[in-house]
Design a protein around this ligand. Structure first.
Ligand SMILES: *[C@@H]1O[C@H](CO)[C@@H](O)[C@H](O)[C@H]1NC(C)=O
Ligand SMILES: *[C@@H]1O[C@H](CO)[C@@H](O)[C@H](O)[C@H]1NC(C)=O
Ligand SMILES: *[C@@H]1O[C@H](CO)[C@@H](O)[C@H](O)[C@H]1NC(C)=O
Ligand SMILES: *[C@@H]1O[C@H](CO)[C@@H](O)[C@H](O)[C@H]1NC(C)=O
Ligand SMILES: *[C@@H]1O[C@H](CO)[C@@H](O)[C@H](O)[C@H]1NC(C)=O
Ligand SMILES: *[C@@H]1O[C@H](CO)[C@@H](O)[C@H](O)[C@H]1NC(C)=O
Ligand SMILES: *[C@@H]1O[C@H](CO)[C@@H](O)[C@H](O)[C@H]1NC(C)=O
Length: 318
C-alpha cells in the first residue's frame, strides 16, 4: 500500500513538474478534435499509462450503488455526489414517466426501483457485463476543487437539514484542532474552509462520498464511459444524454439552475480560496485528486479546467 502511494505521488510529481501530462493534453488539442473524443482519448491514455506503471493486470469493476441503470433506454449513469447528481437522477426519472411525476422521494431506492431503475451492483455478474458492453454509459464531473468548495458550503457553511450527518466529521475535526465549540449559538457547525481542506488532505478518517475521488466512485478505467459531461459546459455536453434517454421535452427546473452557474465567477472563487492555501495542504489535495485532474483534463487553476469547448464554432477543438 505504501509503495503504491509512493509511486502514485512520484508519478504525480513527475507528470506535474515536467508538464508531461499536460503536454499530452495539448498535443490532443493541437489537431482538430471533437471535445468529447478528446476526453475519451485522454481517459484511455491515462488508464493505460497508469495500468502499466502500477502493474495492474486488469481493471476490475467494483459495481456500486453510484451506478444507476435504466434498462428501458439502455443507459448507465454513474452519479457523483455534489456534481448535479440529483438533477440527473430526476432527469432519468422524468424520461421514464413524464414531467408531472412527484420527485420528492428521488433519493429513495424503492422509488427509483418503482420507476424501473436499478443499481448496477444488484445485477448478476453476467447481466452486469452484458449491460456494460451494450449500454450507453455516462458520468458528470466538475472541477475537483470547485466540488470541494461546494461540499464545504453544503456540509458546514450552510448545512441546513444535513446538520446531523456531520457529527462524525466534527469528531475528527475536534481530534485535530482540539476543543473548540462545535456549533455556534444558532446551531451551525463551526469549521473554517481552511480547516476543512486540511482535514480532507490529511485525515483519512475524515471521509465522505461528497469528496471521494471521481476515480474511486466511478472507476473510469473499468467503465470506459461513452460520454463525459463537464458541469462547466453542460449545455454543450448534455445533448447525447438527452438523446439516449429519448427525452425531447424542454428542460425544466433543475436545468435552469445549472445554466445559471457562471463559470467565470467560479474561476474567481476557486483561485481566491486555493491560491492562498498552505502549500502542504495544497500538495495533499493535489495528490488526493491527481487522478481526477488528470483523467478529466482539469488543471488546478480553473482557467485551464474549462477546457476547449467548440473553440472554432464548428464543434471542434483545435
Ligand atoms: C512494477 O513491476 C516492476 C517490475 O517487476 C517493478 O520494478 C515496479 O516496482 C513495480 N511497480 C509497482 C508500482 O509495483
Ligand atoms: C404521468 O406519469 C404518472 C406516473 O407514471 C401517471 O400516473 C400519469 O397518468 C402520467 N400523466 C400523464 C399526463 O401522462
Ligand atoms: C409529493 O409527495 C410527497 C410525499 O411523498 C408529498 O408530501 C407531497 O405533497 C407531494 N407533492 C405533490 C405536489 O403532490
Ligand atoms: C471544552 O471546552 C468547554 C468550554 O470551553 C468545556 O466546558 C469542556 O469541558 C471542554 N471539553 C473538554 C473535553 O475539554
Ligand atoms: C421515444 O419517445 C417517443 C415519444 O416521445 C416514443 O414514441 C418512442 O417510442 C420512444 N422511443 C423509445 C426507444 O423509447
Ligand atoms: C459571469 O460573471 C462575470 C463576473 O461577475 C460577469 O462579467 C459575466 O457577465 C457573467 N456571465 C453571465 C453569463 O452571467
Ligand atoms: C458551436 O458553435 C456554433 C456557433 O456558435 C454553433 O452553431 C454550434 O451549434 C456549436 N456546436 C456545438 C457542438 O456546440
Amino acid at each position: 500500500m505504501f509503495y503504491l502511494l509512493l509511486t502514485a505521488s512520484i508519478l504525480f510529481i513527475i507528470s506535474f513538474s515536467s508538464g508531461h501530462f499536460w503536454s499530452l493534453i495539448s498535443s490532443f488539442q493541437s489537431t482538430c478534435t471533437d471535445p468529447q473524443l478528446q476526453r475519451h482519448l485522454n481517459i484511455q491514455r491515462w488508464c493505460s499509462t497508469y495500468k502499466r506503471d502500477m502493474n495492474i493486470t486488469n481493471w476490475d469493476l467494483r459495481p456500486s450503488y453510484f451506478m444507476i441503470v435504466d434498462d428501458r433506454h439502455k443507459v448507465i449513469y454513474c452519479m457523483i455526489p455534489k456534481v448535479a447528481c440529483t438533477t440527473f437522477q430526476k432527469l432519468m426519472a422524468r424520461s421514464l414517466t413524464n414531467d408531472t411525476i412527484n420527485l420528492t422521494r428521488i433519493h429513495f431506492v424503492g422509488f427509483i426501483n418503482s420507476l424501473g431503475m436499478r443499481f448496477l451492483d444488484k445485477y448478476s455478474k453476467k447481466d452486469r457485463e452484458l449491460r456494460l458492453q451494450t449500454y450507453f454509459k455516462f458520468t458528470v464531473v466538475r472541477h475537483p476543487f470547485d466540488r470541494l468548495l461546494s461540499a464545504y458550503a453544503d456540509k458546514f457553511a450552510n448545512p441546513g437539514r444535513n446538520m446531523m450527518s456531520v457529527a462524525h466529521l466534527q469528531k475528527r475535526a475536534e481530534m485535530r484542532f482540539g476543543n473548540f465549540t462545535r456549533f455556534d449559538e444558532k446551531g451551525k457547525p463551526l469549521l473554517s474552509l481552511n480547516q476543512f481542506l486540511e482535514l480532507v488532505s490529511r485525515d483519512r478518517e475524515f471521509h465522505d462520498k461528497h469528496w471521494q475521488s471521481y476515480h474511486d466512485l466511478c472507476q473510469p478505467c473499468a467503465m470506459n464511459y461513452d460520454h463525459v459531461i463537464r458541469l462547466e459546459t453542460i449545455d454543450n455536453d448534455i445533448g447525447p444524454v438527452l438523446e439516449h434517454l429519448n427525452y425531447t421535452r424542454p428542460e425544466t427546473g433543475d436545468k435552469q439552475e445549472n445554466s445559471r452557474r457562471n463559470v467565470s465567477n467560479k474561476l474567481v472563487e476557486v483561485n481566491y480560496h486555493f491560491r492562498r492555501l498552505n502549500p502542504g495542504i495544497m500538495n495533499g489535495l493535489l495528490q488526493i485528486y491527481a487522478r481526477d485532474f488528470q483523467l478529466f483534463g482539469y488543471s488546478w487553476s480553473y482557467a485551464a479546467g474549462a477546457g476547449c469547448v467548440n473553440r472554432t464554432g464548428n464543434g471542434m477543438c483545435c
